[in-house]
Design a protein around this ligand. Structure first.
Ligand code: FES
Length: 67
């Protein structure tokens, strides 16, 4: 069983595109990878200042879904 994500899902993780953690999580759970999520949301396509946070969040999601 998947544990609930502890992050605040309403938090905007990419200021350039206004993408929230919830949007990233939903697309991840649909099986999209980072590049596809970027194309869908516009995240990572501006200043790329969110790159580390998004990578860490996706890593966390993948670790949680493997348990
Ligand atoms: S904050 Fe995500 S591209 Fe700028």
């Amino acid at each position: 069983m998947t544990k609930p994500i502890k992050n605040d899902l309403d938090e905007v993780i990419c200021d350039c595109s206004g993408t929230t953690r919830a949007q990233i999580q939903a697309l991840f759970l649909q099986g999209l990878d980072q590049d596809a999520i970027s194309r869908k949301t516009g995240a990572l396509s501006g200043c790329a200042g969110c790159e580390w946070n998004i990578e860490q969040f996706l890593l966390q999601l993948s670790q949680q879904t493997q348990k």
